[in-house]
Design a protein around this ligand. Structure first.
Ligand SMILES: C[S@@+](CC[C@H](N)C(=O)[O-])C[C@H]1O[C@@H](n2cnc3c(N)ncnc32)[C@H](O)[C@@H]1O
Length: 434
């Protein structure tokens, strides 16, 4: 492992899709190489347990397994849990190939026999979101995956391939994570081949899974994924029965929290809604409330002191700007949005501190500084102040350029969706000792 100074943290030449990493899109994924480097550095002893409190697409857990560490991930998004579980469950590729052949064979038979099924999500406007003829084929594929008599793990693997297929053949824009349609002229020309796209995704993912399975056979890391709220980490850790923790605790946090509340930044719930509905994920109620219950989702009645002078200073500026805007523009309190997010994040630090082994742990947060009312929110520095009161000692902050991160491109700062602008071409890896 090279020292932090010697590493080019952009990792522009390192693939983000090795092993099971590229299985499915997810907003604001962390570059897997960041997790890899941090695990090698701070959990080189494979007995150390890695914890991602905002697991998202589960990339940190995949890297922990590849390195040979036990890992635990928490997320409030049921789709994140579904995705992360599949990505961290090794499967036999020969078996997968056989199942794939059966799905395609049965689906083609259905086409020749002019069969049709009605299993699309009820509140999804199929004509609005898909070209003509596509929903019929999607429903045939879905039927032949869901009805096949195969073990749950393998079935989930193909459900995930199906989820990516339905997204790729839809009119949904692929490069951003609020759901918008492509332009009318592009819609006219868009004639995807459902079975071909599904087959391609399956073949690629089977090969990736094969690499992952072979690689993790050499190591012995186990993973647990939890649908839960990081503001209740202590409670979630108590529920873990498997002996993957070290006397109930972990040693290394590697994570990237949301940029701000989901409503004004990345809407993870909105992104996951249709995949979750197509897949009939068991936690539909939780799925539909992800953006409301995510960090900063609930506004606080009053501002309170979180022991961060920098946050105080930032809020003061935003409050002033809030009072200056006219009724014509959004005149509600953006300061409240910002405060609610940091209030919740602060609670997470408190909880995380209770599940780490004191004196033998590190905590790494990958964050980007968004703007609100044209004001940069110095998240990288605010979190250092917040975490101090829980015993986290700031060790270093590494700055890196973001290349190809899947997020919306520039937004006007007055826009509600104002999390992304030129300040977010860079992100910070904040490292603490604990
Ligand atoms: C930036 S994403 C994480 C991306 C992840 N590092 C990856 O590579 O895919 C932030 C995640 O935090 C989750 N989240 C938001 N509020 C949460 C909470 N209170 N508890 C647990 N997870 C939460 C969101 O659902 C989202 O998946």
């Amino acid at each position: 492992m090279a020292s932090a100074e010697m590493i080019d943290w952009t990792f522009s030449k390192v693939s983000t899709k090795e092993f099971t990493h590229g299985f499915h899109t997810y907003p604001a994924r962390m570059h897997p190489e960041i997790a890899k480097q941090l695990i090698e550095k701070y959990a080189s002893d494979t007995k150390k347990v890695v914890f991602d409190p905002f697991m998202g697409s589960g990339g940190v857990l995949v890297e922990a397994m590849l390195h040979g560490n036990n890992a635990i991930g928490i997320d409030i998004n049921p789709f994140s849990v579904f995705l992360s579980k599949i990505k961290t469950t090794p499967l036999n590729s020969k078996k997968l190939n056989k199942i794939f052949d059966k799905i395609i064979e049965n689906s083609k038979k259905d086409i020749s026999n002019k069969k049709s099924y009605k299993n699309a999500p009820k509140d999804l406007d199929l004509k609005f979101w898909y070209p003509r003829g596509i929903p019929k084929k999607l429903q045939i594929l879905k039927h032949n995956i869901f009805e096949l008599d195969i073990p749950e793990k393998e079935k989930n693997f193909f459900k995930l391939c199906f989820s990516l297929t339905q997204r790729k053949v839809s009119f949904q824009k692929t490069n951003i994570y609020k759901i918008y349609r492509i332009k009318p002229e592009k819609r006219k020309e868009f004639k995807p081949d459902v079975f071909k796209i599904f087959s391609k995704i399956c073949k690629i993912n089977i090969e990736k899974m094969d690499n992952f399975t072979k690689e993790t056979k050499k190591t012995s890391g186990k993973t647990v994924v939890i649908l839960g709220d990081t503001r209740n980490t202590v409670g979630e850790f108590k529920k873990i029965r498997k002996k993957i923790l070290d006397k109930g605790k972990a040693h290394l946090v590697v994570t990237s929290p949301p940029y701000g509340d989901h409503g004004t930044t990345v809407a993870y719930g909105q992104f996951s809604r249709y995949p979750g509905q197509w897949l009939e994920l068991p936690k539909q109620k939780e799925l539909s409330s992800v953006d409301k219950i995510g960090l900063g989702g609930k506004k606080k009645k009053d501002f309170s002191d979180l022991e961060s002078p920098l946050l105080e200073k930032t809020l003061k500026v935003i409050k002033k700007k809030d009072s200056e805007v006219t009724k014509k523009t959004a005149h509600y309190s953006r300061a409240r949005d910002v405060f609610a997010f940091f209030f919740d994040l602060d609670e997470c630090f408190g909880q995380i501190s209770k599940v780490l082994k004191k004196g033998d742990s590190h905590c790494c947060f990958v964050v980007a500084n968004r703007r609100v009312r044209r004001e940069v929110i110095p998240t990288d520095k605010i979190i250092v102040e917040l975490a101090r009161k829980y015993g986290f000692r700031h060790k270093e902050t590494i700055y890196r350029k973001i290349i190809n991160k899947a997020m919306a491109s520039k937004n006007t700062p007055e826009n509600i969706v104002d999390y992304r602008d030129e300040t977010m071409n860079e992100e910070s890896i904040v490292v603490w000792e604990y």
